[in-house]
Design a protein around this ligand. Structure first.
Ligand code: TYM
Length: 331
């Protein structure tokens, strides 16, 4: 069985991009593979946040992931800060990758540009993400398109560490879905759909009620033309709707374009397909948010399982790097 690992930041409400680019593939992976999924709460600290909102955000994302269909009996779902091996291995990775490599990360550059003060953690965060993956000997990492560069860095770090210190880490591969890997903002279709507050109409949230989903999709920016054609360069808004439909219903966006005589019917079909997927998730998430005991217990079980895998890998890496092992080992 292959080992799979992926994660999601714990800040902000999760959205349709997270669902189509990542979560629904995770649900499939838990049946075919040995799957680990983490809620990256340490990542959430790399940008300004409210302490009172951090724990709530982590809990809510956990409830949402369970609502989507992750099952604690079939996968390992845990919170990053509950497994202390993560920041410990991150240090070894920080001492493996270079300043230049971290400076080239486009997500860092984008986020740093928006802030006067940039936290050191925002800069080094790709090393922590690499540690998330390498601690589990993951073969495959199912992510959306925007995580490709971080995965390349993870692979480079693993190869470099192995070359320098001997075979220690499995070198993982990114798995990016054919459709839905880069869901764009409905109001600004040249920008990816994201958790930022700046575009509430452009982002379909996982827990939006059906009327709200319908409203956002009907208001999606297209163009002044009327022809439904798949052309991401010249018609990014229409292409995004066709991508969404392909991701939600199956099929190929260019072929699906032929089914629609205008933007109205296309939007109606996209709205129906998205509502059909998200309505049951919303119902289940509402139940789970009220069931604190179930969610808390699922996360306890997950952290226990995660540590049994992560601890020996950390021990192996610390020893390989040449550190003096304490009596009883590093774990
Ligand atoms: P995050 O929280 O930004 O996103 C979680 C997952 O959702 C995907 N995604 C999208 N897919 C399609 N269209 C979009 N508009 C869209 N927006 C987000 C992301 O590609 C991702 O797969 N650093 C990671 C979390 C993380 C992680 C890891 C991932 C922490 N440790 C280890 C993989 C392995 C992040 O911030 O994802």
């Amino acid at each position: 069985m292959a080992r799979v690992l992926s994660g999601v930041k714990s800040t902000g409400a999760v959205h349709l991009g997270n669902y189509l680019g990542a979560f629904r593939n995770w649900v499939a992976d838990q049946d075919s593979d040995d799957a680990f999924f983490l809620i990256a709460d340490l990542h959430a600290m790399t940008e300004p946040y409210e302490p009172s909102a951090l724990a709530t955000g982590t809990f809510d994302v956990a409830a949402d992931l369970l609502a989507v269909g992750l099952d604690p009996a079939r996968c390992t779902l845990f919170v990053q800060s509950h497994v202390p091996e993560h920041p410990r291995l991150a240090w070894l990775i920080e001492c493996t990758v270079s300043f230049g490599e971290l400076s080239r990360m486009t997500q860092f550059k984008d986020k740093a540009r928006q802030r006067e003060t940039v936290r050191a953690g925002l800069f080094t965060y790709p090393a922590l993400m690499a540690a998330d993956v390498l601690l589990y000997d993951a073969d495959r990492v199912p992510v959306g398109d925007d995580q490709r560069q971080h995965l390349e860095l993870t692979r480079d770090a693993a190869v470099r560490f192995n070359n320098r210190f001997g075979e220690t880490f499995v070198v993982p591969e990114a798995a990016v879905p054919a459709h839905g890997a880069r869901v764009m903002d409905l109001q600004n279709p040249t920008k990816k759909m994201s958790k930022s507050e700046s575009s509430p109409l452009g982002t379909v949230l996982l827990l939006d009620p059906p009327e709200e989903i319908d409203r956002k999709i009907r208001k999606a920016v297209t163009d002044t033309d009327t022809e439904v054609r798949y052309d991401p360069e010249k018609k990014p808004g229409v292409a995004n709707l066709l991508e969404l439909l392909a991701a939600a219903r199956g099929g190929d966006p260019a072929t699906l374009a032929g089914d629609f005589a205008g933007y109205g019917p296309l939007k109606e079909a996209v709205s129906e397909a998205v509502v059909e997927i998200l309505a049951p998730v919303r119902r289940r998430a509402q139940e789970l948010r009220a069931d604190r005991g179930y969610v808390t217990e699922a996360l306890r079980l997950g952290a226990d399982k995660a540590r049994t895998v992560a601890a020996p890998v950390l021990d192996r890496a610390m020893r390989a790097a040449g550190l003096l092992a304490p009596a009883g080992g590093f774990a």
